[in-house]
Write a protein that binds this ligand. Structure first.
Ligand SMILES: Cc1cc2nc3c(=O)[nH]c(=O)nc-3n(C[C@H](O)[C@H](O)[C@H](O)COP(=O)(O)OP(=O)(O)OC[C@H]3O[C@@H](n4cnc5c(N)ncnc54)[C@H](O)[C@@H]3O)c2cc1C
Length: 439
């Protein structure tokens, strides 16, 4: 194989970004994708870079973890974020996209690129030569077997849950109002107001709803399933079970969402976010769930305005595989067991769409010898460190958040100002780092 040839397995978010980065540098790329021939339990199309759940790539504000990560990777030349911006739909401060349009556009660019050979094939045996495995949280069994054979039985796993989507024309708009929290600009969200009695009944129904059990998901890899949910994607019924007010203080908090019809703040509010540019479907925000389908229909129809909701997709639980990164990686994210093989995206231990894109870009830049470990003041530098942290007791997937960053030298009490200062420091140290490398 030519020295400047790379195999990339998986044309998801990390794999597509990495492929485009290599191609932009003149490398020859063999990009393998198993869909649509073999599919996963969450993907619906055969396109590259399909977003499997929410259409939101989260906030663009630099005083949020996801926003700062975007700021960093935009500066480093991220390519998928540019395509996402072209396919964006209104979502306040968030970068949300028309999922189909985004995936179609990425596929068009990849398949038309003269340096990329796009191969529709499930990879089971790892190819010879420099290779990036970017097969994601739903990596096929065949490739997981190969990875396991290579690194030993060191891969971990957990389960996630996704939220239901309802069709717009089945929503009763007489009960629902359009408003963003604290009326920031043109509203992007629909709000369903709950009276106290409705709220209590809803929480009780969620808490006692019939759900899938762990033993139903045990398979040959997962001898024992403990459902250790990742804290950021806890099923709504689990949150409801934590206390009667937990939802009202979390995803259903009514603050800044006064009902324009009554002028009053409801007891609780369920928000709905558009799934596509045409707003033909809405996602029930924060309602990722592992309730059984008939239970979802019964319980989510208790939401005012959704009494006759047509469910375009039910919430579900899914497998989410990732490696025990600190044990299996060299400092450049290649495998100790075979330094020609690198791992990117969610399988490497990052969590989230933008984190996976960032990981694909970062691995490409590392392999091309442009960067190593980024400054500790940056979110991406901290994500890298977390994956290589041999001191950590148990590897847990990590997403972009301010908690990762080291404290400022000066104490700033105001939370927003502190975050702004942290973001400024991050971008400045990244700039210096990239500047010394002429990037
Ligand atoms: C159901 C679900 C919902 C999620 N929801 C969100 C969300 O709302 N927001 C968020 O930020 N993150 C979410 N995530 C987490 C994560 O951000 C996404 O999974 C993201 O797509 C991960 O990017 P990736 O590139 O690592 O993997 P993917 O985007 O999944 O790409 C991996 C690709 O590899 C292919 N593949 C797998 N095995 C093989 C093989 N053997 N040969 C060839 N190709 C193969 C797959 O078909 C896929 O196209 C969710 C994850 C799951 C599973």
């Amino acid at each position: 194989m030519n020295e400047n040839t790379i195999n990339i397995i998986g044309a998801g978010l990390a794999g597509s970004e990495a492929a485009l980065q290599f191609a932009a540098r003149g490398w020859k790329v063999n990009l393998f994708e198993m869909r649509p021939t073999v599919t996963t339990e969450a993907h619906e199309t055969g396109f590259c870079a399909e977003l499997v759940c929410s259409n939101s790539l989260k906030s663009t504000r630099l005083d949020t973890g996801a926003g700062l990560l975007k700021g960093e990777i935009n500066r480093m030349g991220c390519l998928l974020l540019g395509i996402a911006a072209e396919c964006s739909v209104a979502a306040g401060h968030a970068l949300a996209v028309d999922r189909l349009l985004f995936a179609q556009r990425v596929t068009e660019i990849i398949t038309a690129h003269p340096s990329i050979s796009y191969i529709t094939e499930e990879v089971s045996a790892l190819p010879a030569g420099k290779t990036i495995i970017a097969t994601g949280p739903l990596s096929s069994d065949a490739i997981m077997e190969s990875i396991r054979a290579l690194i030993g039985a060191n891969h971990l796993y957990f389960f996630d849950a996704i939220a239901p989507i309802v069709s717009t024309d089945s929503i009763d708009f007489s009960k629902i109002y359009s408003k963003d929290r604290y009326d920031k600009g043109e509203p992007d969200y629909l709000n369903s107001p709950f009276e106290k009695t409705d709220y209590l009944e809803f929480v009780e129904a969620l808490s006692s709803g019939e759900k899938h059990e762990a033993h139903e998901f045990e398979d040959k890899f997962f001898q024992k399933v403990d459902f250790s949910f990742y804290e950021n994607c806890i099923p709504v019924e689990e949150i409801a079970r934590r206390g009667v007010d937990t939802l009202r203080h979390g995803v259903m908090r009514p603050m800044g969402l006064e009902d324009p019809k009554t002028g009053r703040k409801p007891y609780g509010v369920m928000q709905l976010r558009a799934e596509n540019a045409d707003r033909t479907a809405y996602n029930i925000v924060g309602c990722q769930t592992m309730l059984r389908y008939p239970e979802q229909k019964r319980i989510f129809r208790m939401i005012p305005g959704l009494e006759n909701a047509e469910f375009l997709r039910y919430g579900s639980i899914h497998r989410n595989s990732f490696l025990d990164a600190p044990k299996v990686f060299n400092q450049d994210f290649s495998l100790k067991a075979d330094p020609d093989i690198y791992v990117a995206g969610q399988l490497s231990g990052v969590e989230g769409y933008v984190e996976s894109i960032a990981s694909g870009m970062m691995i490409a830049m590392i392999i091309c010898g442009e960067i190593e470990i980024l400054p500790p003041e940056t979110i991406l530098g901290q994500l890298q460190r977390r994956l290589l942290d041999t001191e950590a007791k148990r590897m847990q997937p990590v997403n972009a958040n301010f908690g990762l960053l080291p404290e400022l030298e000066n104490t700033i009490r105001d939370k927003k100002k502190k975050r702004e200062a942290l973001a400024e420091r991050s971008l400045a140290s990244l700039e210096t780092y990239l500047h010394t490398r002429s990037i």
